[in-house]
Design a protein around this ligand. Structure first.
Ligand SMILES: Cc1cc2nc3c(=O)[nH]c(=O)nc-3n(C[C@H](O)[C@H](O)[C@H](O)COP(=O)(O)OP(=O)(O)OC[C@H]3O[C@@H](n4cnc5c(N)ncnc54)[C@H](O)[C@@H]3O)c2cc1C
Ligand SMILES: *[C@@H]1O[C@H](CO)[C@@H](O)[C@H](O)[C@H]1NC(C)=O
Ligand SMILES: *[C@@H]1O[C@H](CO)[C@@H](O)[C@H](O)[C@H]1NC(C)=O
Ligand SMILES: *[C@@H]1O[C@H](CO)[C@@H](O)[C@H](O)[C@H]1NC(C)=O
Length: 790
């Protein structure tokens, strides 16, 4: 187990394993509480990319900071503040890339505990805006911005003006904003360590050049300067005719015009950030093929980046239904409602293969019949896996990402497929004219809230849902709502550690992908043509366009599932047969005394083995838990996250629970049978006194690890799942529910399984004694008969 820090904040993973789901969000968890979704008061939350000030952090944020700070002082009860808050949030999203040079903050002066801070800064009305230049001293009260405009553009321009007024304390991350002259250009590449210079030619009053400069400040190998139209020598040298326009100039003196859809800030920035050789600071620039060659990924499946793949969707279903949900032993209350909604929406709108669709329908109708307050995950799982019994219905097992492949194991995969799945479902609901416009969104909301393993994601998503999901009144607006919220998430995550450098987070769809989706306002600001976006989404996520490459073969999956069922059934019968034979053996041989010695050895052995339970400080009867699990998972004795080579699974099982399982295989030997009988007794006794501690602790650890890793709740080993995928009948990936089992044991007494096992063993032992009694009686009778013969 290697400990490694996975991000700059205080977040660690305890194991380095091939697991794409566990570590990619680390940056977000450190300060977000995991359990109750959304607990923040005030007008802003952590997902708004605005620093929320409090008496504790105000000094460290505002004073002697290397970035300038722009602060809003507001009161939650003030109507103007409420009205202004969307502008402040939009500004934060708009200038997200400028953060190292200038950051936004807000403080709620209506909060008692913040009163003193607000008074100290001389705040008397709300909202008040104050600008704190970089390296402000602790005496600074900030520069008041009076009569500010309520639009993002005006605020952005104000920030640029303020930044330009910095003199000796220029924020180090902020690139020069002044205009470039011919003299400067002549030896630009000698004095600057870049290969590419982008020149924005514009008029004096235009802010485009400076905005683009700031938009690129987190990118390497490129510099941006503005050139005024009055710089005639440069204008003629570059042959500039339009203002604004952008030209590229490289160290060998080559000049070319930047091709964009519209001559505006957003288009320039987007195009420049994507130029070959231009990389975001801190992101590696390795060709994907080399990466794959060097990494542990098994294979790279070439795919079209502009298409949706069914393999991703089915993999998302597999992972969500067989792995993510399996963390919940029993599902009740809101979780049960969430599950029902989710499955119902899938059954209605999932545009899958016939076999997958009918599997979903079978599970859905089973679920709708469940009227109790609670269901067991294992029952749900049985229905899901046995759909093949009733019809040609099966959800193929295992994950196989295609369009959602990441360049490294920790990138993309499941969360990518979750987005893809729900976009597809919203579009499908639109095509099928669902009567309820919010149906899919609400299903997604409750699924994410109840089950999505990434808890910070759930928090953020819930806060977006609370904010505006109510406004969705048509099927089209549902499609667009999800699209725009996804873009918000993309905006927030751009440049984060969780971002795959080969799949940068952009405002989607890009101008190349959908030119007509992008437009310009009169002010030169970018705007989305929502009609075109809708058309584009309906086409992009339409069921007809989903590619089926790399899909698992349907008939193969059906056969596999059937074989597994038959194997399970045969095993059951074999077990029954073995029991019968044992009884027969018993009938034909006199029973020997149970070997006390052996029994003792067994016990000693048990003591030698370190009591894992104690080690981990877990005072629960794990042996009992194993028993339940052993029964539950029938054929397989290999959990998907338990790699075969792990010593734990190789070691000869020594605990009572495990021994009991051998009974399933071969109980022809009477000794063995008697031994089992005694062990069962020992187990029972131990269970009563509550001292059996053993086993499966490893798994418990796994689960707990997870809760620290980037906030992901469930941890499963994808690697071995994939291995299992093709492994044939015997081994199926059945993630054993375990995390809460001991709780239910403690709170509800022993599970039904445990009790019934005890009863069964009692019965067997009684029968054994009865058989012995009959046997001896018969012999005595026979002898008597013999004696009585003449
Ligand atoms: C509900 C939810 C909340 C999340 N919250 C967080 C979080 O708070 N923090 C965090 O670190 N990660 C979060 N994630 C994960 C994150 O959003 C990405 O899914 C993950 O980083 C993988 O990114 P990706 O590059 O595969 O692209 P994804 O963002 O997963 O997108 C998948 C695909 O969808 C398409 N797409 C992209 N944008 C749009 C759009 N706007 N509309 C339609 N289609 C689009 C693209 O083809 C893209 O490849 C969340 C995921 C989900 C499902
Ligand atoms: C301000 O920060 C710099 C380094 O960032 C440090 O050297 C300096 O001492 C700090 N000044 C004060 C007053 O804290
Ligand atoms: C691949 O591995 C080799 C040697 O192990 C190393 O020298 C090289 O830098 C690696 N390449 C990448 C892209 O990681
Ligand atoms: C990807 O799909 C698009 C749309 O169908 C198509 O135009 C494009 O040629 C495809 N690209 C590749 C590399 O196959």
């Amino acid at each position: 187990m290697a400990r490694r820090s996975c991000c700059a904040t205080s977040c660690y993973t305890t194991k380095t394993k091939l697991n794409p789901f566990n570590s990619f969000l680390c940056a977000f968890i450190s300060f977000i509480s995991l359990s109750p979704l959304i607990a923040e008061a005030g007008l802003y939350t952590a997902s708004d990319q605005i620093i929320i000030l409090s008496p504790e952090n105000v000094d460290s944020v505002l004073f002697n900071s290397s970035a300038a700070l722009f602060v809003e002082f507001y009161a939650t009860w003030c109507g103007h503040c409420v009205a202004f808050s969307p502008t402040w949030k939009n500004l934060a999203r708009d200038i997200k890339e400028w953060k190292p040079a200038v950051d936004l903050a807000a403080i709620d002066c209506a909060d008692e505990s913040n009163r003193k801070v607000c008074t100290n800064f001389g705040i008397i009305g709300y909202p008040s805006l104050k600008f704190f230049p970089a390296y402000s001293s602790s005496e600074s009260r900030g520069q008041v911005f009076r009569g500010f405009s309520r639009d993002v553009r005006g605020l952005r321009h104000y920030i640029i003006n303020k930044l330009e007024m910095h003199n000796e304390t220029w924020p180090p991350a902020c690139p020069p904003l002044e205009t470039a002259s011919e003299a400067e250009l002549d030896n630009f590449f000698q004095t600057n360590n870049v290969k590419l210079l982008a020149l924005v030619f514009e008029r004096k009053d235009s802010y485009v050049g400076r905005e683009v400069t700031l938009d690129l400040l987190q990118y390497e190998n490129i510099a941006v300067r503005r050139v005024l139209d009055t710089e005639t020598s440069l204008v003629s040298k570059f042959g500039v005719t339009d203002f604004p326009s952008c030209y590229l100039y490289n160290s060998s003196g080559h000049i070319s015009r930047l091709k964009v859809l519209s001559e505006a800030r957003t288009f320039y920035s987007y195009a420049l950030q994507r130029l070959p050789g231009v990389v975001r600071t801190g992101k590696p620039q390795i060709p994907i093929t080399d990466l794959i060659k060097n990494s542990t990924l098994q294979e790279w499946r070439p795919f079209n980046k502009t298409r949706v793949y069914m393999s991703d969707l089915e993999s998302a279903l597999h992972y969500s239904l067989r792995v993510e949900l399996s963390g919940h032993i029993s599902i009740s209350g809101d979780d049960l409602i969430a599950l029902k909604k989710y499955i119902n929406v899938l059954a209605k709108y999932f545009p899958g293969r016939p076999s997958v669709k009918s599997a979903l329908k079978t599970v859905d109708s089973w679920l709708q019949q469940q009227k109790g307050v609670e269901i067991k995950y294992s029952d749900f799982r049985d229905v899901l896996d046995n759909t093949v019994q009733t019809s040609d219905a099966v959800l193929p097992e295992g994950v196989q990402w295609v369009g959602c492949q990441g360049s490294q194991a920790q990138f993309r995969g499941y969360p990518c497929a979750v987005w893809t799945l729900f976009h597809t479902l919203t579009v499908q609901a639109k095509e099928m004219s669902s009567p309820d416009p919010q149906e899919v969104l609400q299903a997604m909301r409750s699924y994410v809230s109840s089950f999505f393993g990434c808890r910070p994601c759930a928090t953020h998503f819930e806060s977006m849902a609370q904010e505006s999901m109510d406004h969705v009144t048509t099927l089209s607006s549902a499609v667009l709502w999800l699209w725009s919220r996804h873009n918000r998430v993309n905006n927030r995550l751009a440049g984060e550690l969780s971002e795959d450098p080969h799949f940068p987070k952009i405002q989607w769809p890009s101008p190349e992908l959908c030119p007509s989706c992008h437009g310009l306002k009169k002010t030169g600001e970018h705007s989305w043509n929502q009609e075109d976006v809708l058309t584009f989404l309906r086409n992009y996520y339409s069921s007809a366009r989903i590619l089926t490459d790399y899909l698992q073969d349907e008939t193969q999956a059906l056969i596999h599932q059937r074989n597994r069922l038959t194997a399970a059934r045969m095993e059951k019968e074999a077990r029954r047969g073995a029991e019968r034979r044992a009884r027969e053996v018993l009938d034909s041989h006199p029973a020997e005394e149970p070997q006390e010695e052996e029994q003792q050895e067994e016990e000693e052995e048990e003591e030698e083995e370190p009591a894992l339970g104690e080690q981990a400080g877990e005072p629960y009867p794990a042996g009992l838990e194993r028993m339940g699990a052993a029964e539950a998972d029938k054929a397989d004795n290999q959990a998907p996250w338990e790699k075969p080579q792990r010593p734990q699974s190789q070691r000869k099982p020594k605990i009572v629970g495990m021994k009991l399982r051998e009974r399933q295989e071969d109980i022809v030997d009477l000794d063995l049978f008697v031994n089992h009988h005694y062990k069962a007794k020992a187990l029972r006794a131990a269970a009563m006194s509550g001292v059996v501690q053993r086993r499966s602790l490893k798994k418990k650890e796994d689960v707990e690890d997870l809760q620290f890793e980037g906030g992901w709740r469930v941890k499963r080993d994808l690697g071995s799942q994939e291995e299992n995928l093709g492994a044939g009948v015997g081994i199926e990936p059945y993630p054993r529910p375990q995390s809460k089992r001991w709780m239910s044991l403690l709170s509800l007494g022993f599970s039904r399984l445990d009790v019934s096992l005890c009863v069964l063993l009692y019965l067997l032992s009684t029968m054994c004694l009865l058989a012995m009694y009959l046997y001896f009686k018969l012999r005595i009778k026979l002898r008597r008969a013999k004696v009585s013969l003449p």
